[in-house]
Each structure stands twice: as C-alpha cells, then as structure tokens.
Unconditional design. Structure first.
Length: 254
C-alpha cells in the first residue's frame, strides 16, 4: 500500500521525563460543523457464520454536534511527567467490529489483539506514513489473543482492517509521551500535569478531520479550548449491495 499523510509527525527530539511542579490542566470540547456521516446497517450473507445477519457500524460517536472518539494530544511537548508503568494495550474483534475504533497509546508498549467472536478474522496492521504492513493477526475462534511486542516502538499512525470483514476498521496513534487523551461521547476531554509553556494542541478523528491550536500554559493555572474539526476527510462510496460486496470479499480471502 502506498504511503499516505500521517497525523503523527516525527518528534524533534527524544521525550525527557521530569518532575512537574505547578502543572496545568487542559480541558476542552470537540465540535463539528457539517454533515456527520450516518451509521451503516450491514446485511451479511447467510453463508458467513459468527457475525449474525445484520450489524450497525457507528461511524461517529457523538452527542449532538459534540464528537467523541477524538484523539487529542500535545504535538510538540518534549519534557514532562513520566510515562505510566502499564504498557499493555488492547484491540478486540467484538461482534465483527474492531473496538475501540480509535485509541492513542505510548511507545514503547505491547498491543494485544483479541477476538471475542465465534468467527474467523484476519487483521492487517498498516503504518499509514510508510504504507508498510506491520503485522497480521489471524483468528479462528473466540478467546484467542495475539500479542505484538515491537509494533508500538515509535510514533506512528496505524490503521487496522479485517480482511474478511472489510467494514471493520480501527486506528491507533502511537506517541512517545503521555500528554494525550480520547474525547468522551459528550465531546469533552482533559489532560493534566502540563508543564508551563506554549504547546500546540491537536485533535483528530479518522472521518471528521483535524483541529489544531496553540495554547499558553501557566504554572498551576487551568486552560480551556473549544476545538472544531475541519471538513470531513474523503470516504469511500458504499456499494449499493452491501451483502454482495461482503460475498465478494469472502470469495477473495477465504
């Protein structure tokens, strides 16, 4: 797959953990103005076991125009609070969808990809910035877990797709610092213990685009932002006959 523009840029230098005194707290909201993609009802063929006959693919988690599932992070911070000790992250095949759809993690770490479905899955992990296939996770039944120990070694945008269920997608942003979060369904977020300085705050959703703003943080003082995502990114046109498309995919990969 050819390389595509990644929302995660190469850091200017290594991140340096330090004791943060008088750290600031950032709170904010994520909004979107425009046509929000509708949920998709997927009708599956009768010869595909384990996924049921229909499922709903929820394109955007939201409350009104406030958007959840948006990764928010400081793009240029190079020193601050230490990374957490826990370094295991999880992605699940559940009801023939990948969950969570969008998450942020820090490097280095281990990604456990699991399946809760009585169905076959084959998850492909692509590095968006390089176009390289970073790994494949095949599943034959529920309860299986496949760990990837070196997948989260450096900052990157990863896209995960199930070959057998092409609507099932997920994205993972790998960062080298702990100053990130994912917005709640109400579109709210918070990041704590930010050292004094001026940093760029970036928000990203795979369907709704990017928002970015510089924020000045003073010692011990709260800061707040209201971010509005840009116009939607181009999305593939859904086929008129979803079941037929799924059957074609199964013929290709099974």
């Amino acid at each position: 797959m050819p390389p595509r523009p990644s929302v995660v840029s190469t850091p200017s230098g290594p991140y340096r953990p330090m004791a943060v005194t008088g750290g600031a707290r950032l709170t904010g909201t994520i909004d979107f103005e425009g046509a929000i993609p509708a949920d998709s009802l997927i009708v599956l063929p009768v010869d595909q076991p384990g996924c049921g006959r229909t499922l709903t693919d929820r394109a955007v988690e939201r409350t009104g125009t406030k958007i959840g599932g948006v990764v928010v992070w400081l793009t240029d911070i190079r020193a601050g609070k230490p990374l957490p000790i826990e370094r295991r992250f999880e992605l699940k095949n559940e009801d023939c969808l990948l969950s969570p759809r969008v998450q942020a993690v820090f490097a280095p770490g281990t990604l456990n990809i699991a399946s809760e479905d009585v169905a076959m899955h084959r998850n492909r992990i692509i590095n968006v910035g390089t176009g390289e296939l970073e790994g494949v996770a095949p599943f034959n039944d529920n309860g299986e877990v496949i760990p990837f120990d070196r997948l989260l070694d450096e900052p990157a945008e990863l896209e995960i797709t199930c070959e057998l269920h092409p609507w099932s997608k997920a994205w993972i942003l790998v960062l080298d610092h702990p100053y990130f979060t994912v917005s709640a369904k109400q579109g709210t977020f918070a990041i704590d213990d930010i050292p004094p300085g001026t940093y760029r705050v970036k928000a990203w959703h795979p369907r709704l685009g990017v928002a970015e703003q510089a924020v000045i943080f003073s010692a011990g003082q709260p800061a707040a932002v209201a971010l509005k995502l840009a116009a939607p990114l181009p999305a593939p046109v859904a086929p008129a006959d979803t079941a037929a498309a799924v059957r074609n995919e199964i013929k290709i990969y099974c």
